[in-house]
Structure formats: C-alpha cells, structure tokens
Design a protein around this ligand. Sequence first.
Ligand code: GAL
Length: 631
Amino acid sequence: MTPALGVCYYPEHWPEDVWQDDATRMVDAGLTWVRIGEFAWSRLEPSPGDLQFDWLDKAIDVLGGAGLRVVLGTPTATPPRWMLTKHPDMLAADADGRPRKFGSRRHYCFSHQGYIAECRRVVTLLAERYGHNPHVQAWQIDNEYGCHDTTLSYSPAAQDAFRDWCAQRYQSPDALNRAWGNVFWSMDYADFDEIDLPNLAVTEPNPAHVMAFRRFSSEQVVRFNRAQAEILRRHTDAPLIHNYMGRVLDFDHFDVGADLDIASWDSYPIGFLSDRLDAPEDHKLRFLRQGDPDCQAFHHDLYRAVGRGRWWVMEQQPGPVNWAPWNPAPLPGMARLWAWEAFAHGAEAVCYFRWRQAPFAQEQQHAGLLRPDSADAPALAEACQVAQEMEDLETAQSRAPVAIIFDYASAWAWETQPQGADFHYFNLVFDMYKSLRRLGLSVDILPPDTDAAANYRLVLAPGLATLPDRLMQALSDPTHTSLIGPRSNAKTEEMSIPAPLPPNIPGLDARVSLVESLPPGANIPVGAGHIHKWFEHLEGKAERLVSTAEGQPVVVHANNCFYLAGWPDGDLAAELLSRLCQQAGVETTPLPEGLRVRDTATHRFYFNYNAAPVTHQGRTIPAAGVHWEDL
Ligand code: GAL
C-alpha cells in the first residue's frame, strides 16, 4: 500500500470563497486526505432540530471535487451550548465532584444516557446523508477520547451506571464484598445502591473498588464509541477510525480499536517532550526542537497493534503548538522526519494539523501549514518534499524480532496502588522499549491477549499486573526467550496478592517474598548499572543470571524464561537486553545517542533526532535528517 499525506481542515472557520483555493493548494502540495467536521456540531445544528447541512455538502463537494479524499468526523466531542440546556446533568464531574463546565470541549460524561441518545441521533443524520458520498472515504468517530482528563467522571450518571455495572459483574453484594475484601475496615455493602464512586473518601479507597471503577470507566468509552460505530456500519463501507492520544492510558485502546478498522493517533513530538514525558532536563533541552527520539516510534508501534496492522497519524505537529508549558519551533527537517518515521513504522497516512493557523480562540498560537495570513508556514515545503519523495519509495512492513506486551489494565493497577511515588507503568515499558531501540532494534507491541507472542525470538512483559494464562504459556515456552517482570503477575484481577506468591511462572522456582520501592538516589549497584525505583526479594532455587553486588538475585530463569526482579536503569537494561538478545539469536547494533533505526521488509531507515549530523558505520545522517537504504 502506498502511504499518503493529508491535513486537518475546518471549513466552518473560513469564508466559503476561500475553500476552493485552499483545496487547490492542498492538492498542489501533494496532500490527498483532508479531515473535516469533528467539531462542527453548533454549525450543523445551531438549535435543537434545526439542521444546516448545506454548507457541509458544499465543503465536501469542493474538497472532493478538487481530488481530495475526505475523512468526516462525528462532532460528538463538542456538544453545543443548547445541549446543556436540554441535558443540564450531562457534564462529567471531576474527582472533587465539581461539574466540568461548558466553554471548551469534551464536556460530557460517557455514562449520560440522554447525551448518548443525542450522539446516536446526530451520527444517524450524518451517516444517512454522507454514508454513500463518494468523497467521504473514511470516518473519524469523536475526537481524542480521554483528552483533558475526561475518561473518569464522578457524576450522578456515572454513579448510577457504576452500580449497575457492579451488579452485573458480581451478581450479589456478598460476592462483591468477598472479591474486594470489604471485611477490611468494615467496608461491607448490603446493597449495590450503597456503593459510591471511589472519590472523596477520607483516605485511600479500597484498591479493588478503584480498579473496578477504572475497568467500568474504560468500558463506558468502549460502549460510547460502539454506539456510533454500529450506526455508521449500517450506512457506509468506509473505514472507521478514532484519533487516540499519546500517553493516554485511562481506557483500553485495544478494546475501542476492536470496533474500528484503523487506529490513528495525534503526534505532537515537541509538545509531548515538554509536557507529557518524564525525562531529565538535559534530555529535554537536547531534543527541545525535535521531540524524544523514541516517543513517536513507541506510539506508532502501539497504534499499529491497536489497529491490527492498520494505522495513521491523524494529526501531525507542523510547527509550535500552543498547549505545552513551552512551545519551541521544530528544527528545519523535523516535519519531514516525523512523517517518514511514521511511514517507516507502517502508517497508511499522516495528516498535518492543521491547514491554516486560526487567528481566533484557544489555538490561535498553534501553527499550521499556512500562517493566519494564508502565506506558507515553514512545514508546508517539508510536506511537499515528503509527498514527492513518497512517489519513489514503496515499502512494506515486516515482523520485528522483538516484542513488548502493553496492557492498559496494568497502568490502572499501578496508578491505583503505585507503592512508590515514581512507579509509572508507562515509564517502565517505555524504558525497556528505549533500551531495545538503542540496541538498533525494531520492536512490535502486542496486547496482553495476544496469540502472537510465540512468533518472536524475544518477548518482554514488564509490569504486567495479571498475566493471562495463554500469554503465560507462550512466555514460558522454551523455544523462545522471554523476560517477565518486574512486578508481573503480581495481582489478581481484583487487586489482591495472588496465591501462590508471584510471579508463579510454570517451571520457575522463584517467589517474590518482599517488595521495596526506592526513592531517587537509593540505587542498588548491579553489573554495569543499577536497579532503581523498585526491587523485589526473591526466594527459591531458580538458576540466577544476575545478582546484586551483595548477592541478591536480580534475574533468575528456567531455560529461556527469565524473571527480572527490579527496575533496571539504562546501563543495566542495555547490558541485560544485549545478553538476552544474544541468547535469542537477535542481532544488536548499539546506536549513537539520538539516532534510531527502523527496518521494514525492504528498507532500513535511519532517523537522526540530533541537532547535528551523526556518522554511524560509515554513513552520515544529517541533523534532523532521514536516510534509508535497501535491505
Ligand atoms: C489535539 C486535538 C486537536 C487540537 C490539537 C492541538 O489534541 O485533537 O483538535 O486541539 O490537539 O495541538
């Protein structure tokens, strides 16, 4: 499949007489997709039942007529003001119980039945009108579920729905009391209607209660999305997409993705490094205008898994954004590099956000491909360059030699009970991912219910709170190498410590007898590096691969199945993963800082995230540059 470039466009922001010129310029730039409509509800239905679709008909005609393929968004992330008058209790509530008011976006509670009915109504109208429109070749449902902390809602609607959910899951209050361990602190319930949401408690609520609420909240997103997907499916064969966000873990993206055809995510590398990644200040400064060298790749690999092979970047940062604490401009070359990196990881399309910078409202400081005066912004020339280069390069994906399991429920488990202030599941997985990439490896990400683990020479399962049986079988199969832990198989689904004690891996005589979290600076020397943040004491007779200087086991194994009893720093992870790769027959090539590699079936791509050229094995890759070779 030949990948494509596109752009996000808001016809409702501009006079009709510029649409044609905009469309022509998009096509001239080599763009083929245009996403529209996802925030336009107030212009489609200015008051209840007053439908004004003519302008959208025309916009689609103009864009489609120019040769662009339209992605049409459902506008449900931005309920208009009248919706609130009609459904005053539709707002989500924060953990303090305060309603999250009108005046920006995503002001709805996923559990509000009245709002869900309104969404069904508007999506039905759109699907009936545009489901067979030849220009509408894909649909985006809603926009960035979970953005602005909107998955968890402590509203009355959420409370009612949670009680129902508990009644269905546990069947009787007694069963729920047993599952949660409510005998502790006299927390027993006699009726499902007594169960509140786990906020505003005097001190920490029962982790089983919180975990149940997290599972429920994730399922509400899945249901909300499914309601729209089912309607669209009745009216169109075009693929259904959602645009997820980076490092948003509050709902299970694999579950939402199961109802869709293509996963996409919104990639803002510089904003993320500043705002969303935990990294030392010198790292943030070094990559200030480029973004973290692994963050984009990680999400590309994650969303390739969420989309079961089909994925896009729906929004690509083109210049400074407006929402991070600081918003530097990308180095020249980065708008090209980011697009190529996505294609190397298998993206079918990369759409820049947005076409023209809006001179009004919240995002007036957010760059586009055009300036507010319609002159070219710097990224436009880079987009044109990518479009031209794409004509000469066809590639296809191939399976990576190494995989990491990623599990949203584990993120909830360790947020619910971190035990150490800096124990973040995302960081643990991301650290391992980075270490693999620094060894020059391409990596696949797999969901926890995968059947594919056995296809990889090496599989990592760090921090996986509960190991599903099927995965456990695959990981302990001696024909390939696996690294489980730390903190894997450490909880039951109801957030208790399992019996027998973790990790309880078939054939591995090892039990975690005690865990400790370690504050910054309290590092335990091991080999070339340290264990930091988290350390588990192991008992049992399993063979040791690595021990602390004081002789405590750090890595033990049975055949090719290894268990890691702590959080390794970069140096220790590099040492350990090199050994395991060797054992697994995976070739590694340590890379200079900021240089990363991605192999496809046909090419090896090099991405230089540094502000200076890098020479590696005789080839020089320019600053903020991309280089590819036939494999
Ligand atoms: C995304 C969002 C867009 C726009 C963009 C700005 O999170 O989907 O609508 O707000 O960020 O960077």
